[in-house]
Write a protein that binds this ligand. Structure first.
Ligand code: SAM
Length: 193
């Protein structure tokens, strides 16, 4: 993959190389559902695979449901479950050490209310809690947007905390554009135990 790809392109590339049909994934910020749909196409097959999506906004839940209904067959759509809840609590339906990929696309809903954005405190809480959900060799993919104030705080705090994770248990990699101020970045965290 081209190292100068956009953060979303890179994220999708990692997800694609990591997932297989039958896997379980969590989209912790489903927004308009584009990532939820992308993930559904990677893990759902006949009666296999599960995608759980969360968002706090009703508008996001509706857009995601609409997109999935439009793009997936009814059989596959049944295996994508979307819930209006905040992500610092565990999502329904999945258990500890059973999820192959957890995705966060931080910030606000594109085309929505810019004042409803992910918050540093709840994001950190969520990431810490959701580590337990990851299967051995499971991955967390976090897209950060430091171009707005809360997003900058969020990225800074995540990086500060994540830099302390024991390297025998976690692989952590941060992909960012060094000479572009405030461009989005991609944080990938892999459980290696
Ligand atoms: C950048 S958007 C996600 C875009 C999405 N990945 C897509 O493909 O359309 C971020 C979303 O996070 C949601 N969000 C904010 N705080 C949240 C929380 N505590 N729990 C769950 N979702 C939250 C927002 O409502 C917003 O829809």
């Amino acid at each position: 993959v081209n190292p100068f790809s956009s953060h979303l392109h890179l994220a999708h590339h990692y997800w694609k190389s990591h997932l297989k049909p039958g896997d379980q994934v969590v989209d912790a910020t489903c927004g308009n559902g584009h990532d939820t749909l992308f993930l559904s196409r990677l893990v759902l097959e006949n009666d296999k695979g599960l995608v759980v999506g969360l968002d706090i906004q009703e508008q996001a839940i509706k857009s995601t449901e609409l997109l999935l209904t439009e793009k997936l067959s009814p059989e596959l759509k049944k295996r994508v479950r979307i819930f209006q809840q905040s992500h610092e609590k565990y999502p329904p339906l999945v258990t500890e050490r059973s999820v192959q990929l957890i995705v966060y696309n931080l910030g606000y809903l594109p085309g929505g209310n810019k004042s409803v954005t992910t918050q540093t405190f709840t994001t950190l809480e969520s990431v810490k809690n959701y580590f337990n959900l990851l299967s051995p060799h499971g991955i967390m993919s976090i897209t950060c947007y430091p171009g707005h104030l809360e997003g900058a705080k969020e990225e800074f705090s995540l990086l500060q905390w994540i830099a302390e994770l024991p390297f025998r248990q976690w692989n952590v990699c941060h992909h960012r554009w060094v000479n572009r101020i405030n461009s989005p970045s991609l944080l990938i965290i892999k459980k290696i135990y």
